[in-house]
Design a protein. Structure first.
Length: 263
């Protein structure tokens, strides 16, 4: 079916099925988009967390990218776990000419279990090589703090950080308040390309089933962009989708249950 909308995730593995590439592919499917994937690294993880991360050979990552480009018509692409500066640079170099449609960058840094998914030495490569290519970037508050070097405790500071991240080259920026800022609501800040700020409201949900929330959110944005929706439509759909998915989070495993299932 050549008319089927196709998207790509460039991401790390979660054999537990809750986050990373697995969450992205399940979300694409839920949003009626055909999902393809390129693996960047092999974390060993389940709902309790990440216990180790194995490297892949750089050649293996590059050959996967070439293989996808050789066969599919990708309408939108997202990056998740990129792990090292070398992988980030390789992916950015490839995306510069790949013609994969809008790029959503989820600047994944640390798993809830505390394991690094991006080495400190790779942050500069994300800022300098990947963000200038990004149509949308979706940091949570701690990630926005690392990208900007700012402390963020208020909505004004979320906006300021968003503007600085925009100056790094990303066209649209979502700073996710999520569970990181105080309050009964979870508010995300969407800074549009034209400088306009939109607030996305959500009810704070008391649950431990939040594994893969960020991956699922950015995958939903990617799927909606692939279908041709505007960034505002894609982000508001993703906010509603992730809200419903968290409310309905599954208790599988003993740790944090996943949010990536039907919503
Ligand atoms: N594992 C991988 C491969 C990921 O890309 C991500 C995304 O942020 C996570 C784990 C995060 O898991 P958690 O939502 O539990 O922090």
């Amino acid at each position: 079916m050549n008319g089927t909308t196709q998207a790509l995730t460039i991401a790390g593995f979660d054999g537990g099925g809750g986050a990373g590439m697995q969450a992205d592919l399940k979300t694409f499917q839920e949003r009626f988009v055909f999902g393809t994937s390129v693996l960047t690294a092999l974390p060993i993880q389940n709902t309790k967390g990440v216990t180790n991360v194995f490297d892949l050979p750089m050649d293996a990552i590059e050959e996967q990218l070439v293989s996808i480009k050789d066969d599919f018509r990708i309408s939108a692409v997202k990056t998740g776990m990129l792990f090292t500066a070398e992988i980030t640079a390789l992916v950015a170099e490839f995306l510069r000419t790949a013609d994969f449609g809008p790029l959503v960058v989820d600047p994944v840094m640390i798993a809830k279990s505390g394991h690094a998914l991006l080495k400190d030495s790779a942050v500069q490569a994300v800022k300098e090589e990947l963000l200038p290519l990004a149509y949308v970037v979706t940091p949570n508050v701690p990630e926005a703090e690392v990208l900007t070097g700012r402390t963020i405790t208020t909505k004004e500071e979320m906006i300021k950080a968003g503007r600085e991240i925009q100056q790094m080259g990303a066209k649209n920026v979502v700073v996710k308040g999520g569970h990181h800022l105080e309050g009964i609501n979870s508010e995300d800040m969407l800074l549009l390309e034209n400088g306009q700020v939109e607030w996305l409201f959500g009810k704070r949900i008391d649950t431990k089933n939040t594994h893969g929330t960020g991956c699922t959110f950015s995958a939903c944005i990617t799927a909606e962009l692939a279908k041709g929706y505007s960034v505002f439509e894609a982000v508001t759909t993703a906010k509603a989708y992730i809200q419903a998915a968290i409310e309905d989070g599954l208790s599988v495993g003993n740790g944090n249950g996943p949010t990536n299932h039907w919503a």
